[in-house]
Design a protein around this ligand. Structure first.
Ligand SMILES: [Zn+2]
Length: 145
């Protein structure tokens, strides 16, 4: 009996000696989860508390408050889309995006397109439709690269 108990104890001690890392890791994990980590609500992965997107599954875990607030340099998708829809061929949405050169180009094509039998005007109209589709698929607030 004594021998069996001893071997059991030995086994346990051997396991502890061979695996010192998991215990340390566990302690660390408990410590950090209280400090500055949280769990992803999609995959359960432990992630940084300030993480907005889970690094493991890529799902959004926090609402981006900044998305609704105008931040310097950001453009409002709704404004840009409306400008593009109503005044797009005058380059309005390009001026809004600070792309003055492109805006002037749109405006010129619109003004002088009739010289070439409205062919440039039709091309411009298609470009504006593409612009509008691109704008609609953008986040509510976006940045001009
Ligand atoms: Zn996740």
């Amino acid at each position: 009996m004594e021998d069996i108990q001893k071997t059991e104890e030995d086994k346990v001690s051997i396991v502890k000696e061979n695996n010192p890392l998991p215990n340390i890791h566990e302690n660390n994990a408990v410590f950090t989860s209280n400090a500055n980590t949280k769990f992803c609500k999609h995959c359960g992965e432990k992630i940084a508390a300030e993480a907005v997107v889970c690094p493991k599954c890529g799902c959004q875990v926090e609402n981006l408050d900044v998305e609704d607030k105008p931040t310097p340099g950001s453009k409002d998708k709704i404004v840009a889309a409306l400008l593009c829809f109503f005044l797009g061929m005058l380059g309005a949405h390009k001026f809004y995006e600070n792309k003055v050169g492109t805006g002037i180009l749109y405006l010129l094509i619109f003004l002088v397109g009739w010289i070439l039998f409205f062919v440039p005007t039709i091309i411009l109209a298609i470009v504006c439709i593409v612009d509008l589709v691109n704008l609609v698929t953008k986040p509510k607030r976006y940045y001009i690269p």
